[in-house]
Design a protein around this ligand. Structure first.
Ligand code: ZN
Length: 242
């Protein structure tokens, strides 16, 4: 194979590695953000459960106060009942007492509801605390995994950059200029030709042109997209397509 063509193929392979590593690197901040957002959701769930729990405590305190007030009133009515002089006053007082007793029962029902709710909320708080604690541990591990990934990608890019320079230095000036020109316009400069087609723009190559490509002696460009074409050694060794 033409040595420059071989180096161009290697150069493209290295550049593709670098591109892929850069894309992975660029995706890291979003992956970090997704981790933090998920942890934020768990924190918000816990805060909401705690808020509802403290609202419940406040509501029960309020009901306790109401209950005490009604019970005080009820005791006063009962004391007054001993001092009434007329039957009419007696009946009126009994009516007040019955009303107050109903109110006590109503407040006690509401208190019981709130107590049941308090149990459920305590369970919710406990569950949210447990899952937040698990999430914190997992997030910390995932954060370090992402940091390790960043280091790996950084060093891969550095190491591939060194390989790229060494291959570029061994290329002829014309071949390197051609590579840089196509790469700046097309992203990928060197692509495989397969089954008589350019594997990127898919144009069908003339049979004579494809056969020359299989020889690998010359640097040919796709007549449609302009990229440098090559036929992989295995495909080149196979008998020509009928
Ligand atoms: Zn093409």
């Amino acid at each position: 194979m033409n040595p420059d063509l071989e180096r161009l193929i290697t150069l493209q392979r290295i550049e593709s590695e670098i591109d892929e590593a850069r894309r992975a690197l660029d995706a890291l901040p979003a992956r970090h953000a997704a981790l933090e957002a998920s942890l934020g959701d768990q924190t918000a769930t816990l805060e909401s459960a705690r808020q509802r729990s403290s609202d419940n405590v406040a509501a029960r305190r309020e009901l306790d106060k109401e209950l005490a007030a009604v019970q005080t009133r009820l005791r006063r009515y009962k004391d007054q009942l001993m001092e009434v002089k007329t039957n009419k006053e007696y009946l009126a007082m009994q009516h007040e007492i019955a009303t107050a007793e109903q109110e006590v029962a109503r407040i006690e029902d509401r208190l019981l509801e709130r107590l049941l709710e308090a149990d459920a909320l305590a369970g919710e708080v406990k569950a949210a605390e447990a899952s937040l604690s698990v999430a914190r541990t997992e997030t910390a591990a995932q954060r370090s995994a992402l940091d390790a990934e960043r280091q790996r990608l950084d060093s891969l890019i550095g190491e591939a950059g060194a390989r790229r320079r060494s291959v570029a230095d061994s290329l002829s000036a014309e071949a390197l200029a051609l590579f840089d020109h196509i790469r700046s316009r097309r992203g990928i400069a060197v692509v495989e030709a397969r089954d008589g087609h350019c594997s990127v723009c898919h144009v069908r190559l003339r049979p004579q042109f494809y056969n020359e490509l299989r020889g690998g002696d010359t640097i040919f460009q796709c007549e449609s997209c302009g990229r440098v074409l090559f036929v992989a050694p295995q495909a080149a060794a196979a008998p020509p397509a009928p």
